[in-house]
Design a protein around this ligand. Structure first.
Ligand SMILES: [Zn+2]
Ligand SMILES: [Zn+2]
Length: 161
């Protein structure tokens, strides 16, 4: 099968590298190798390849643990939806509305404001929502749920909480 120098490393999704001796990667390499005959897989860059997705057509597919290939576009759509759902669940858990004025029309305009900046671990914005549910829940517990208007007023010192 594949003939690679033993010191070669593969990039993973997080950008760190795993040694080729990692068993999961070896399995993936075999799969890539079978596909690479009919596709335009760039030599030396085995972590992704072009393949047809039922939804998105010809797209970059990424190597996933367990040796399957995932459409890159499907993966980003999933990440966005997953974060939206997590925010939805989080907002519902914390009352579903601005704790100052009661606003609840649009979830995108609701923020988590840290009551004490000293206890702030991370912001519960898009990036923060990528943490596990427990981590996110724990962080949200240090916050109050407010709408964007009330949030600005709090930051400006006009509204005290
Ligand atoms: Zn797709
Ligand atoms: Zn408000």
């Amino acid at each position: 099968m594949f003939d690679l120098p033993s010191d070669r490393k593969l990039p993973t999704r997080q950008g760190v590298t795993l040694p080729l001796s990692y068993p999961g990667i070896l399995k993936n390499l075999e799969i890539i190798h079978t596909f690479s005959a009919q596709t335009n897989l760039t030599p030396g860059y085995t972590a992704q390849m072009m393949k047809v997705c039922k939804t998105h057509g010809q797209t970059k597919h990424l190597l996933r643990p367990g040796g399957f290939l995932r459409c890159g576009k499907c993966a980003s759509v999933w990440v966005i939806r997953h974060r939206q759902k997590k925010k939805q669940r989080l907002v519902e858990t914390f009352g579903g509305k601005c704790s100052v004025c009661g606003y609840k029309k649009y979830i995108g305009a609701l923020d988590f404001h840290h009551k004490n900046p000293k206890t702030k671990g991370f912001s519960l914005s898009v990036r923060g929502l990528s943490y596990s549910w427990d981590t996110v829940l724990n962080e949200a517990a240090k916050c109050i749920l407010v709408c964007e208007n009330c949030h600005s007023e709090i930051e400006a010192g006009i509204t005290k909480v």
